[in-house]
Design a protein around this ligand. Structure first.
Ligand code: NAP
Length: 244
């Protein structure tokens, strides 16, 4: 029996860097996973690779109708929804004088509104069942500022705050809601960033699989008393202020 045996999870952005490793870790520990993302060819291929305990659905997290379809598909395919990993996200950056309203609207729409829509779609199902774990992927940029990343920082602070208000609402129903705050993780999102850009105490960026272990913990009953909390996984990056 795996750590998440027979739990049913939806992973958004499931064909991206960390989405893939989250889906693989969950299936390896006994869960059934709906991989949800935009690239249908990649999604279908991943679901085939993962086997009978995985399925793929096209989901643009900014579209309410896609969320309704994803919830219906998950219930039809696997019969329940225990875990939602709100992982889909984008990054964009520019000095504030060049950061356009369109850049702002796009990133808030995907990173923050997409997370809200996911919660909104699964909350009734989880509350009715009296159980569930919603895992919202924020960032260390949801804990501190970062030059140029105005929309990213605002969206990730928003995800952190939304996590807490929803945790308060859903706690009495037995549904837990937590945020995860990764530091520098090796994925397509960060592939152009030099590995020594940041003063990481552990001296390296993380492999995406390392973050998946935390997601697995939050998806499992091992985290049964954690809700409304922030889980930082950053190699010590924001533990202190580097000296000049
Ligand atoms: P990634 O490799 O770029 O994967 C992100 C995935 O989200 C991609 O598959 C992307 O699809 C998908 N996506 C984008 N817009 C979407 C939408 N509207 N609807 C559904 N899916 C959408 O990035 P990652 O590094 O794995 O990031 C995963 C999460 O971790 C993000 O929320 C990110 O902000 C967060 N995070 C990452 C790091 C890091 O260092 N990598 C650190 C902290 C937090 P397309 O590729 O087709 O656009």
């Amino acid at each position: 029996m795996g750590r998440v045996f027979n739990k049913v999870a939806i992973v958004t952005g499931g064909t991206g860097g960390m989405g893939v490793t989250h889906a693989k870790a969950l299936v390896a520990e006994g869960a059934k996973v709906v991989v949800a993302d935009l690239d249908d060819a990649k999604g279908e291929a991943l679901a085939t690779e993962l086997g009978e305990n995985a399925a793929y659905i096209h989901l643009d997290v900014t579209k309410e109708e896609d969320w309704d379809a994803a919830v219906a598909f998950t219930l039809e395919t696997f019969g329940r929804i225990d875990v939602l990993v709100n992982n889909a996200g984008i990054a964009n950056a520019a000095p504030i004088t060049e950061f356009t309203p369109d850049m702002w609207r796009k990133i808030i729409d995907i990173n923050l509104t997409g997370t809200f829509l996911g919660i909104h779609a699964v909350a009734p199902v989880m509350a009715k069942a009296g159980r569930g774990s919603i895992i919202n992927i924020s960032s260390v940029e949801g804990m501190r500022g970062s030059a140029g990343l105005h929309g990213y920082v605002a969206s990730k602070f928003g995800v952190r705050g939304l996590t807490k208000s929803v945790a308060l609402d859903l706690g009495p129903s037995g549904v837990r809601v937590n945020s995860v705050h990764p530091g520098f993780i090796k994925t397509p999102m960060t592939e152009k960033i030099s590995h020594d850009l940041l003063p990481i105490p552990l001296g390296r960026p993380a492999e995406p699989e390392e973050v998946s272990q935390l997601v697995l913990f939050l998806a499992s009953d091992e985290s049964s008393y954690s809700t409304g909390s922030e889980f930082i996984i950053d190699g010590g990056l924001i533990a202190g202020v580097p000296h000049k």
